[in-house]
Write a protein that binds this ligand. Structure first.
Ligand SMILES: Nc1ncnc2c1ncn2[C@@H]1O[C@H](COP(=O)(O)OP(=O)(O)OP(=O)(O)O)[C@@H](O)[C@H]1O
Ligand SMILES: [Mg+2]
Length: 162
């Protein structure tokens, strides 16, 4: 028997009444982000993943338009000393496209990667620090965050504050 067992992953769930609440959750998350982190964003079409990323970018001080990367698959931002890459892998036909597109090279110690539709790129994606799940709930959304690393746990703790 090992002397130390790892603690259960930190997780948190709450309701988001409207778009503003999703943006605020993103802004809260932005305070815990650092280079080298990877966040998977799960949820159906229209669940609010891009809205959350918009909130993150607003929280980092980015004031210009935040477009969905649906057609270009990735949008790159340089903000607050961070290289932030926002991926949307919905249009991948095959996970191998992750390697063919060279996207793996974008994700390293110097960058922060936010990945919509990660299930389209698994198992070739870099491992995530936190999984965020957005779902329709009543007239709003639910957000659930699960930390997989200590860095990810910082994100979950920030969500508690919003
Ligand atoms: N908490 C919320 N309650 C109600 N509507 C919301 C909420 N958060 C976001 N929305 C709305 O949901 C719509 C879709 O959001 P968004 O584009 O962020 O979804 P998405 O998950 O990125 O979808 P896709 O997979 O197509 O990229 C937007 O019109 C947005 O205003
Ligand atoms: Mg989107």
């Amino acid at each position: 028997m090992p002397h130390h067992t790892s603690p259960p992953p930190a997780h948190f769930e709450r309701h988001l009444d409207d778009e503003t609440a999703t943006l605020q959750a993103g802004t809260a998350l932005s305070q815990s982000l650092a280079a080298g982190m990877v966040i998977y964003l799960y949820g159906d079409l229209g669940a609010g993943k891009t809205t959350l990323v918009r909130g993150i970018l607003r929280g980092l001080g980015y004031t210009r338009t935040v477009k969905s990367p649906t057609y270009h698959l990735v949008e790159a931002y340089s903000v607050f000393n961070l290289n932030l890459y926002h991926f949307d892998l919905y249009r991948f036909k095959n996970a191998l496209e992750w390697e063919e597109s060279g996207f793996g090279d974008y994700c390293g110690a110097e960058s922060l990667c936010l990945i919509e539709w990660p299930e389209k790129g698994l198992p070739l994606l870099p491992p995530a620090d936190v999984h965020i799940h957005l779902n329709e709930q009543d007239s709003g959304r639910s957000i659930r965050a699960v930390a997989l690393t200590p860095l990810g746990a910082r994100c979950v703790n920030k969500l508690l504050t919003c």
